[in-house]
Ligand binder design. Structure first.
Ligand code: FAD
Length: 401
């Protein structure tokens, strides 16, 4: 599966941050993590903190999957609005899922401080604005649901949105206190470097081909012919899980993102806010720590990389047009445009937990616009599972729900 087009900004900006060897012998460990993107890196960080003898493998170069293409908005807000999610999974699960994403942002800040990260973690407010008049009634309903759940939100009328953010043609917005952004590609590399020094073994260009399940352990056969014996496997293989699991649990899509030239941000409140609107697919905007405008949207319901990459020019124009409609006073000059694979679930929630066909194994698959915050929640969930404990989100994030 080709997960991204050639020039995601983070790959160009950061270059090859670190390189690891491929595995050239048989190995053995307590925990084998398959997939070294932001999810695998976070899970590895947790496993090392828990004291497990851990190996991490990736078939590509480290972090060259979706993690190199992500726009890394860290939101407590899930793609499915809270009032709708309550109808889908019940109030308890919906509120707990929103809270988990909110806690993940705090957790990522702590992790960033602990590893002395230079990946630009920055706390931000969030503004969810109505792009059409007809969206105001449900957005107000959403505002009420969030307020009732104790989330820190304020309703802003269009004139306030314009005054504070210079946004035109909005019909009102939910302002939220909680949000952040980061360079996830850099952060994942930093996490791996930090944990490699603590004993984490990392191998890139090392592909899992098949697994033989024994009662107490798994024997992983690699493309190279070598094997890894592991008490437990944690699959952090992102959208390529679709190749491994037959059920229809995620819909793969294509999504588009772009970043402006540097020093294009003229509005003070732009840099400390994440923006997204009520369009379907939604437009989203944020600043980068090197003072660029980063934005994305234009999702398409197919995953074919060739078809996706042919749309790059057209999508660039369309997304800029949508941007200019709301923020004409801060022009956007493109530096990089890219596309990536993206996954949507029916309830906007991830799949974190066991699958009956994969013994002694767990999956951490953070899908949707909250992929990264869900992966953070996966840290405490997998830690609990390895101790044979349940987690309060197990029911909501499990396969076959
Ligand atoms: C354009 C774009 C914008 C996005 N914006 C946001 C956002 O603003 N906020 C947010 O939270 N999320 C966002 N996402 C989603 C987010 O990027 C993903 O949730 C996240 O990157 C997934 O990370 P991962 O580590 O799970 O997957 P990946 O980074 O894809 O890592 C999985 C790894 O598994 C490896 N692998 C697969 N199969 C095997 C195998 N058999 N053997 C060995 N290795 C294997 C792959 O090589 C890959 O490196 C966005 C995604 C895209 C594409």
């Amino acid at each position: 599966m080709d997960l991204k087009s050639n020039e995601p900004f983070w790959l160009v900006k950061n270059g090859l941050l670190s390189s690891y060897p491929s595995l050239k012998q048989n190995e053995q460990c307590e925990v084998l993590i398959i997939g070294a993107g932001i999810t695998g890196s976070l899970i590895a960080h947790q496993m090392l903190a828990e004291g497990y003898k851990t190996i991490l493998i990736d078939k590509r170069e480290i972090c060259n999957g979706s993690t190199s293409a992500t726009t890394s908005m860290l939101q407590y807000e899930i793609d499915v609005p809270l009032y709708k999610l309550k109808q889908q999974v019940g109030a308890e699960g919906a509120i707990a899922s929103y809270r988990a994403c909110s806690d993940s942002i705090d957790q990522l800040e702590k992790i960033s401080k602990k590893i002395k990260s230079k990946a630009g973690f920055q706390r931000k407010d969030s503004l969810y604005f109505a792009s059409k008049k007809k969206d105001v009634s449900w957005l107000k309903k959403e505002y009420a649901a969030r307020k009732k759940a104790g989330l820190e939100v304020i309703w802003l009328e269009p004139k306030h949105v314009e005054k504070k953010y210079h946004l035109q043609k909005t019909y009102g917005a939910i302002w939220s206190k909680q949000g952040a952004s980061v360079d996830a590609f850099n952060l994942a590399h930093e996490l791996l470097e930090f944990n490699a020094k603590k004993g984490l073994k990392i191998f890139d260009k090392t592909e899992m081909k098949s697994v033989k399940y024994h009662p107490d352990f798994n024997e992983v056969l690699l493309a190279s012919g070598f094997t890894i014996k592991a008490d437990k496997i944690i699959y952090c293989i992102g959208y390529e899980s679709k190749n491994l699991i037959n059920e229809n649990f995620v819909q793969l899509k294509s999504t588009f993102a772009m970043v402006s030239e540097q020093d294009q941000i003229t509005h003070k409140n732009f840099s400390n806010t994440l923006f997204w609107n009520t369009d379907e697919p939604y437009l989203y905007l944020r600043s980068t720590d090197d003072n660029r405008i980063l934005m994305g949207g234009g999702d398409e319901d197919f995953q074919d990389p060739e078809k996706r990459d042919q749309l790059l020019n057209q999508k660039e124009k369309k997304i800029i047009k949508a941007y200019n409609k709301v923020l004409p006073s801060q022009p956007f000059y493109t530096d990089f445009v890219w596309a990536g694979t993206f996954g949507e679930t029916k309830d906007g929630l991830p799949y974190i937990g066991e699958h009956k066909k994969f013994k002694n194994s767990y999956f951490v698959l953070g899908f949707g616009g909250n992929g990264i915050t869900f992966s953070v929640t996966g840290m405490e969930m997998t830690a609990a599972y390895l101790k044979n404990k349940k987690h309060h989100l197990t029911e909501y994030f499990k396969f076959g729900r």
